[in-house]
Design a protein around this ligand. Structure first.
Ligand code: CA
Length: 230
């Protein structure tokens, strides 16, 4: 598989930081400091993804993104945009231009790598939604590898706790009743065991530590995985 990533960033510190973490994660980095370098680099190197800073000198990141997406040779290469502006407009404009995802500075290099992997899985079509890694605030959940990490440290969960967490997280932002959870996680069809859910939720929260708040109680209704990261 082609594992080269073009990183377009005029700030040397950020370019070095991003490059370091991508290389640590097994990618090869093609660096570029401006649009000229970026466009010539992409002609010479087949890359699997572009990390593109919005605030570039010259024509700027959005214009570079537009050029990449207009060129038949580069239009299918996914673009992850970096922006220092959290505004909704930037986000929409970025996505309208065909950027596949974006991150707001300052971002954690870990999150950047996770997002890149998610994009690559998506474009390579090698998974379905249920297999995709879920990144939520400090938590990273890998449904396939059955692993959960909190700020990059693994958390040990029982199989039931893992399934409970994954079930909640895959329906992020949606309230799920105890009955629904029993059915999906335990395979129970009836309501008599709903306290089982509460007990497991309590243990799960203990293990999630500082991320416990990601699992919210919705009074009289059930549980919900928090929509936004902390
Ligand atoms: Ca910049």
């Amino acid at each position: 598989m082609n594992d080269k990533i073009l990183v377009v960033e005029d700030e040397p510190d950020i370019l070095a930081l991003v490059s370091y973490h991508l290389e640590q994660s097994g990618f090869a980095v093609v660096p570029a400091e401006d649009e000229e370098q970026a466009l010539s680099a992409i002609e010479q190197n087949p890359v699997c993804l572009v990390v593109l800073d919005l605030m570039l000198p010259g024509i700027g990141g959005l214009e570079v993104c537009r050029l990449l997406k207009q060129n038949p040779r580069t239009k299918d290469i996914p673009v992850l945009m970096l922006t220092a502006r959290a505004g909704e407009i930037d986000r929409i404009v970025g996505l309208e231009l065909g950027a596949d995802d974006y991150l707001v500075k300052p971002f954690s290099p870990r999150e950047l790598v996770l997002r890149i992997r998610a994009i690559l899985r998506r474009v390579q079509g090698s998974d379905d939604a249920e297999d995709a890694q879920i990144v939520a605030g400090p938590l990273a959940i890998d449904p396939v590898g059955c692993q959960v990490q909190l700020d990059s440290d693994p958390i040990e969960l029982t199989a039931t706790e893992f399934k409970l967490l994954t079930t909640l997280a895959q329906r992020r932002g949606r309230v799920q009743s105890r009955e629904e959870l029993l059915k999906v996680v335990w395979g129970y069809e009836y309501v008599g065991y709903s306290r089982t859910v509460d007990t497991h939720i309590r243990r799960l929260r203990e293990k999630l530590g500082t991320a416990a708040e990601m699992v919210e109680t919705v009074r009289g209704m059930g549980y919900r995985f928090r929509r936004e990261g902390r």
